[in-house]
Design a protein around this ligand. Sequence first.
Ligand code: F3S
Length: 284
Amino acid sequence: MKIEIAKYSGYCFGVKRALNMVEKTLEKYSGSGKKVYTLGSIIHNPGVVIELSSKGLISTGDPEDIEPDSIFIVRSHGMSPKVLKRLAGKNIEIIDATCPFVKKAQAKAKKLEEQGYFVVVIGNRDHPEVIGIKEHVSGAGVMVIEDISEASAFLNKKKVGVVFQTTQTADKVKEIVSELIDKCRELIIYNTICDTTKNRQDSTRKLSGKVDIMIIAGGRNSANTTHLANISSSENSRTYHIESSDEINPEWFKGSEKIGISGGASTPEKDIIKIKNMIESIDS
Ligand code: F3S
């Protein structure tokens, strides 16, 4: 079997940067008695989360659990400025690992509101990045649109400004935006899909179209990995989304010659290599 890894695959710039900041922070405060927190998992990858928790990183679901005089790391997804303000008031040191691409989407949304536009965020409403972008806009002048049916139900407005969740697919946002055109006089669109996401989606699409089987590696709770799996499935019905090499079933590869592997932006390179080695061992 010939195995090819997608040209753009695995950790993106924003995730690498955030993990680096976490490692440095844990090292700096190790033995100091200070607790280091994140709100939710630092990245959507169960293996990495377990590793960092063994080094002392505390992941909590409720900001109220964060103790005064501790350290709080904002994830690459960014977060609500209101929550950050509350934490800062409790004498908690904030380390901001928000990805610069997410910061750009937050700033564009804020600017649109200041210019009098009704802000639409195209993305998954429960995703922390989308919640954070939305909360950078105050008041009722913002809404999230997840799919074409919600775009169809959108009530006419005079001035509409649109930003995208950084990991959306170009096809999906095009579909939604074309529906919005008929529903406003003035439409401003900021394409805030990050370059990394686009590169990963394009290279996954290309590879999945030329192999017999495509493996997509990464957390099932990772939005960008799930998008890669969907893109690959649309090109290749023999697509398998797995979180680790343990999920590989040798039966999948019977009679196959070309295998492709791609990993989401929160998938460590070592996981991708492990999957490749595992498939090679099936072949030998
Ligand atoms: Fe940033 Fe894009 Fe990664 S927004 S966190 S570089 S997927």
